[in-house]
Design a binder for this molecule. Structure first.
Ligand SMILES: C[S@@+](CC[C@H](N)C(=O)[O-])C[C@H]1O[C@@H](n2cnc3c(N)ncnc32)[C@H](O)[C@@H]1O
Length: 380
């Protein structure tokens, strides 16, 4: 164990593994749902698929719940299409952990799984995750080759993440990133970095490194907390060159955002899949997970999302010009609502006579929607 680690770090680390909060549960559920779809999609053609857990941890909490490496592995091992997928692709699980005791615990968990199918390979490696990732990138560059499809989960306690490395990873192949973005700390660092103290200068350097520029000074400026976090996520998306980001906000005891789970992808299908996974975690559609709720408590009746704002959105779109279903769906990708929400809203609006549908009312038929002139909606 690194005994020279700062006391605060040791405290955070102990607390992290001692229990299992609703936030940890939400994070693992997001990984489980997403990988269930991602393994099935990529594994059916890629030949090799890689899951990287850069801050892998111990593999299991003291209370018995599984950590992300085992959640990821089990998602494949218990996948309903596992045998078919294993015929098509090799699945590599690469776990990196800096703390020796945690790594030993993780290796013990992996050994306890016994013999894995031949097409499933696990590597549990010691060290600072950024070094081996950098080496992989150098080797790919040297050989002029591309990374196999990879889902890389970066789950640090703090926010010391090199933005340049994230950008290079995104460019190295069909790579997707899931980042635990410690917004609370980032936000505090932004405030402190404005001071000309020694620690202020240090924070500024870390932020420059994360955002690969000093743009955070002029871009993360909103006084409204949720907007401000969104500005930070948007800036990171832009800097690392990802087409899409999807966000799940994790709220602390005081209901303030503690961290964001940020998913970056260049693929529409990845964005759509992640949006649907976020909805599965938070059925009422707020995209926010609360720490206080009990992770073991099932939800008997899933609350419905408020589709009021989507009604206005749809009316506004079709008031600008008549719109095909497929075009509305394309525009919706940038919003957090799902296609199924939009379809439901369009049905309501057609039933109410506020919009009209030209062609068969079926998604396949790709009908055109237009605003009826007396509708009164979407006019501002
Ligand atoms: C939040 S925990 C990871 C939890 C794990 N991903 C899970 O969900 O079960 C963070 C872990 O990262 C490790 N760590 C911190 N910095 C690291 C680094 N630079 N490289 C590799 N591991 C690191 C810590 O020792 C700790 O085990």
């Amino acid at each position: 164990m690194d005994d020279d680690r700062p006391r605060r770090y040791v405290k955070v680390d102990r607390a992290y593994w001692a229990g299992y909060s609703n936030l940890q549960h939400g994070k693992h559920e997001l990984i489980r749902h997403y990988l269930g779809g991602w393994f099935a999609k990529l594994g059916s053609w890629a030949g090799r698929v890689v899951y990287v857990d850069t801050h892998a941890g111990r593999g299991r909490h003291a209370s018995g719940e599984l950590g992300s490496p085992l959640v990821a592995l089990n998602t494949l091992l218990k996948h309903p299409h596992r045998d078919r997928l294993l015929k098509k692709s090799e699945f590599v699980f690469w776990f990196i952990e800096r703390d020796e005791q945690h790594l030993a615990a993780l290796r013990g968990e992996l050994e306890a799984l016994g013999q894995l199918p031949e097409q499933v390979r696990t590597v549990a490696q010691a060290g600072n995750c950024f070094d081996p990732l950098q080496k992989v990138l150098e080797s790919l560059r040297e050989h002029g080759s591309r990374m196999p499809p990879a889902f890389i989960f970066l789950d640090p306690y703090g926010f010391k993440l090199p933005g340049s490395l994230l950008r290079d990873l995104m460019k190295a192949g069909r790579v997707e990133l899931l980042v635990t973005f410690m917004w609370r700390y980032v936000n505090m660092a932004i405030a402190q970095a404005k001071e000309k103290t020694q620690s202020g200068v240090k924070f500024a350097e870390t932020l420059d490194d994360l955002f690969e520029s000093a743009a955070w000074r002029s871009r993360i400026v909103s006084d409204e907390p949720a907007d401000r976090a969104k500005q930070a996520a948007e800036l990171l998306r832009e800097r690392i060159g990802a087409r899409w980001f999807t966000n799940l906000s994790m709220l602390g005891e005081n209901e303030a955002t503690q961290y964001l789970l940020l998913h970056f992808t260049n693929h529409d299908a990845g964005r759509d899949l992640m949006k649907s996974c976020v909805r599965r975690i938070v059925p009422h559609g707020s995209g926010r997970v609360r720490k206080r709720e009990d992770p073991r408590q099932g939800v008997l009746i899933a609350p419905e999302p408020d589709l009021g704002p989507l009604r206005s959105w749809a009316c506004q779109r079709v008031s600008e010009s008549p719109c095909h279903w497929s075009e509305l769906g394309r525009l919706l990708r940038a919003e957090d609502w799902l296609e199924s929400d939009l379809w439901e809203v369009l049905k309501q609006l057609v039933d109410e006579g506020r919009i009209s549908c030209e062609g068969n009312f079926s998604r396949r038929a790709d009908p055109t929607f237009r605003l009826n002139s007396l509708s009164g909606e979407g006019q501002g």
